[in-house]
Design a protein around this ligand. Structure first.
Ligand code: ADP
Ligand code: MG
Length: 477
């Protein structure tokens, strides 16, 4: 649907037009009219579906009437991470350019003094992470009694990060008479409870998971032995059509290792993982966004929800253990109309995890066996080519392909290719012996720690080394 039919003001439509968007996404189309009418709302839609503008746009028009008062923000948006908070601020700058609204960003790692100064003046929009906001409460520096609009964004992510008690505390300090919006990719029971407690007669708008419907993402699994993964990764990255790529690994140690080895191989690469200072993460992410680097190695927690436009490839160096993580990872590509490719490297141990992913997404991901096609082509090929190949009889599949260009030929010994292929092709993937399984489970428990990486607030005071972000306190005019 066209933005013009949603009841937004002319100034706002002009700003949307300037940003190059013509059609509202389904969640925007469903949410915006209700928000404009002042209703509480639960918006459920997967990552990358445009939830930010679904609340930012109507908020700009709602806040466009009325004035801010000192130390009393008129609206509050809670975000789980600093990156997401910063992205929301960017959205307000972009869409609010014809409105005179002020905002402040309250996130860990930025000098508290500057944030307080911005607040003293009074702001229309306060964008905060729960930890930092709680901090400010305890210092008595902020009043939320004038705050009539609350947005709890990325609620499921908040839950993952243990922020629900903070959110309850914060919400209870806001006036009872207010409008509350909650956005989430999923609605697990604790989020339902939160919504029941803090929203009143909410309208629920839901958009089907794009994981099942996102035809813009060309998904593939490459079956590979684990000791060959790095070679395969390098070949994929050198492939045609790889404009830029985010590589996900399940463990932060592996993120670091991959970063080092890719750097050594000459790639313009960066990394983000939970052990890094938040300021370094933001800096690294900015380098990727600005095309200073073309490859970003990331862990799930560090990268979830990050808004990178136009990522051509997502490569899962490991199959994620949680099927939801797969959906979040591949959501980095194929966003808002652009085509993208998601390639997952899988060993025979990953059969179970892949099965769970395919169950969740309701799609069978085409398998590619090494030696079947030059990897440089795999990275660039289209979905139907892959499907045609997977339909070929097995004998034909093994036949050497004609017309490969020498340059695209993987630099691999034929013997190695043979050993790589046979264990996967010849034996059906089966359950591991019990002892091995037990060890893997213990390893998993250990490795599962990155999911509980210190919350971003933990980076602590003074973690920000760079210049203050321009949107810390700005007048939009
Ligand atoms: P979510 O919060 O649902 O994960 P975002 O709000 O971050 O998604 O939006 C994902 C991407 O889609 C962003 O790059 C955003 O600029 C883009 N986008 C949002 N709305 C539209 C639209 N109407 N048309 C095209 N692209 C859009
Ligand atoms: Mg979002």
């Amino acid at each position: 649907m066209n933005f013009a039919d949603l009841g937004l003001s002319d100034e706002l439509l002009r700003a949307v037009d300037d940003s190059g968007y013509s059609e509202a996404t389904p969640i925007q189309e469903k949410a915006i009219p209700s928000v404009l009418m002042g209703r509480d709302l639960i918006g459920i839609a997967q990552t990358g579906t445009g939830k930010t503008a679904a609340f930012v746009l109507p908020m700009i028009d709602i806040l466009g009437n009325g004035r801010s008062r000192a130390r009393m923000p008129r609206s509050l948006i809670l975000e789980p991470t600093r990156e997401l908070a910063a992205q929301v601020a960017e959205n307000f700058e972009k869409y609010g350019k014809y409105h005179k609204l002020s905002m402040a960003l309250l996130i860990g790692g930025v000098q508290m003094g500057d944030q307080i100064k911005a607040l003293e003046k009074g702001v229309d929009v306060l964008i905060a992470t729960p930890g930092r906001l709680m901090d400010l409460f305890s210092r008595g520096k902020i009043l939320l009694t004038g705050c009539n609009l609350l947005v709890i964004d990325e609620a499921d992510r908040m839950l993952d990060m243990g922020f629900i008690p903070d959110i309850e505390e914060i919400a209870s300090r806001l006036p009872k008479q207010r409008q509350t919006l909650l956005f989430s990719a999923t609605m697990p029971p604790p989020i339902q409870k939160l919504a029941a407690k803090f929203l009143s007669e909410p309208k629920t708008v839901e958009v089907a998971r794009p994981a099942t419907a996102n035809v813009n993402i060309d998904q593939k699994v490459i079956e590979v032995r684990s000791d060959k993964k790095r070679d395969v990764l390098r070949e994929l990255l050198r492939g045609e059509g790889v404009k830029n790529a985010i590589i996900f690994s399940n463990r932060k140690t592996m993120v670091r290792e991959l970063y080092t080895s890719l750097k050594r191989s000459g790639f313009a690469v960066g990394q983000i993982h939970g052990d890094m200072e938040q300021s370094d993460r933001i800096a690294e992410f900015d380098r990727f966004k600005n095309d200073k680097i073309t490859v970003l190695v990331a862990s799930d927690v560090a990268a979830r929800g990050l808004d990178v436009r136009g990522v051509s490839h997502v490569i899962n160096f490991d199959v994620p253990w949680q099927p939801d993580d797969y959906v979040h990872r591949i959501g980095r590509t194929g966003r808002a109309g652009a085509k993208g490719t998601a390639i997952t490297l899988a060993t025979r141990e990953d059969a179970e995890a892949l099965g769970r992913i395919e169950h969740l997404t309701g799609t069978k991901i085409p398998r590619i066996t090494l030696g079947d096609a030059p990897l440089s082509e795999v990275a660039a090929e289209t979905e139907d080519k892959a499907q045609r190949r997977s339909r070929k009889p097995a004998g034909e599949e093994k036949a050497p392909r004609r017309g490969r260009s020498k340059a695209a030929e993987p630099k691999r010994e034929p013997a190695a290719a043979q050993t790589e292929r046979s264990p996967l092709e010849d034996a059906p993937i089966e359950k591991k012996p019990r002892r091995e399984r037990a060890r893997t489970e213990r390893d998993r428990a250990e490795d599962a720690r990155p999911r509980a990486e210190p919350a971003i607030e933990d980076a602590g005071e003074g973690g920000w080394n760079g210049p203050l972000p321009s949107f810390l306190s700005v007048s939009l005019s």
